[in-house]
Write a protein that binds this ligand. Structure first.
Ligand code: SF4
Length: 83
């Protein structure tokens, strides 16, 4: 179980590719021009994926760099939204 949860609202992605450039292990550009969060599950409107501490850095950069602000990271223990 990961310590953090990534929530990605794919419908709002504008295909800027920042996430895939900064964190290529977790983010790839799909044929429809939007980003996919690798290994994510669908939860309603969101694609979600749990990550641990070692995976936080580049995902945080991706979330902070996303111009559409559709990537958020939550600390599961405290419920705090890190990004
Ligand atoms: S950085 Fe944001 S808008 Fe750009 S491809 Fe990634 S999710 Fe989409």
């Amino acid at each position: 179980m990961g310590k953090y949860k990534i929530e990605y609202q794919r419908s709002g992605c504008i295909g800027a590719g920042v996430c895939a450039a900064l964190c290529e292990k977790h983010w790839v550009m799909a044929d429809d021009g939007k980003a996919d969060l690798v290994g994510a599950k669908n939860e309603g409107e969101l694609n979600v994926k749990e990550i641990d501490e070692t995976e936080l850095d580049c995902n945080k950069q991706a979330a902070e760099g996303c111009p559409a602000n559709v990537i958020h990271i939550i600390d599961k223990k405290t419920g705090e939204k890190i990004v």
